[in-house]
Ligand binder design. Sequence first.
Ligand code: XMP
Length: 513
Amino acid sequence: MNEQIVILDFGSQFTQVIARRIRECNVYSTILPYNVSTEEILRLNPKGIILSGGPSSVYSPQAPLPDPGIFKLTIPLLGICYGVQLLAHFLGGKVEPGQKREYGKGTLQVQDSTCPLFANLPTELQVWNSHADKLTKIPKGFSAVGISENSIYAAIENRSKHFYGLQFHPEVVHTPRGKEIISNFVHGVCGCGKDWNMLNYIDQAVDEIRRQVGSEKIILGLSGGVDSSVAAALIHKAVGDQLTCIFVNNGLLRSREADVVREVFGKHFKIKLQYEDASKLFLTRLKKITDPERKRKIIGKTFIEVFQSATKKAGKAKFLAQGTLYPDVIESIPIGGNPAAMIKSHHNVGGLPKNMKFQLVEPLKCLFKDEVRQLGIDLGLPNEIVHRQPFPGPGLAVRILGEVTPTRCQILRNADAIVVEEMKSTGWYYKVWQSFAVLLPVKSVGVMGDERTYEYTIAIRAVESQDGMTADWVKLPYEILEKLSSRIINEVKGVNRVCLDISSKPPATIEWE
Ligand code: XMP
């Protein structure tokens, strides 16, 4: 088992960021709900515990509180923001509402540079704050090791007990040296080595998959996206031909998408690939359908039907593999109405029907997206797949407004291929969350040569986002927009006008549907 740090989640929007920062230090981290018992924590044998921030006040009657037993353990502990207030609250200090909310950039003056958290760091650090309450008295045995503009207890320690507290957020990028503070905690204070990396993980995961699957067959629905592709490569490494990947062409794919999957997985990796071309069925069922919700339902239902009959064709399998990631499985208890803790993406819920009696294999279940990409690189997957932008399951159907017809699909596919090509050649493809073309059902007048035209409109959508829940439109350079417009209008038959979508989410969504 890897050495690990346990993070108790008190509802901060940054809890997952803490976990990622620790893993970037090559130390494994696990997020647990704030109220797990001390026994449960001990079962994981952590080298350290971090109490996350959170939106509550320790003195509120609904305040989320940890099992007090954790303060009696001899395991190093770091409280961040709300976490340091908990330390004070439980160990005899005092927390009071601050005069004003401290929010944004601040400066930390390190008072005691022998504090292990600040090893090899300057005595003045830029930090990022987000708190209203503050410590007014520190518990016995603690001393102040850092002050900020607003607090004489911005960093505290009880060095002999290995308990530390920070009022600011070391995990966010706005605390530029914060990762070093976290590294000092996990390596310097907790004594963790650096045993967490994707090359080690491959060996562990291969063993684990072999143990779980034995000599049974396993099926995986390959979409060509990052997660299912990395899962396929990893499982194939573990059990070879026991794995069959099913790739469904729903007729709503982008240019060359099916070819790339067949080349990479079929030819290069020599994975058993069952290619199901169901494009006619999907497009027939979508005929005359214009309502976005109905389109989605039809596509979802048809996919399940096609996938189900494909699994029968693949032969009797006991296991079904899925590319589930860590953020999908973290158990979080909504706290104080913090929306970040409660909203789950509405798109990926549902999945396959219960009557498909498979046991699940989910080898990416403890990984974050950046780790999955690194794993993909270490497994030898091409950049084209590892750094692919997200693409929705219902495919081009959510980017063709109005009826989805084969002609409209082809127009959009051609326009989209130009967007992808230009974004890649200028390097912008890898800097943004998504960039694509949308086909509007609007025809307008134009002139081409001496002739009057009456053709469709393409909208260009490019957004920046962390997780798809919110997004900002990207200010692409005019030169790129100019090239996109002229190439699309000149090269794509059926289009005579190109627009740019300058809406952010919310209130707009990323896909137009
Ligand atoms: P919206 O359009 O709701 O999209 O702002 C947010 C993110 O989710 C993706 N998306 C989907 N992903 N199945 C998926 O796997 C879907 O049905 C689906 N619909 C939207 C969208 O591309 C964006 O990244």
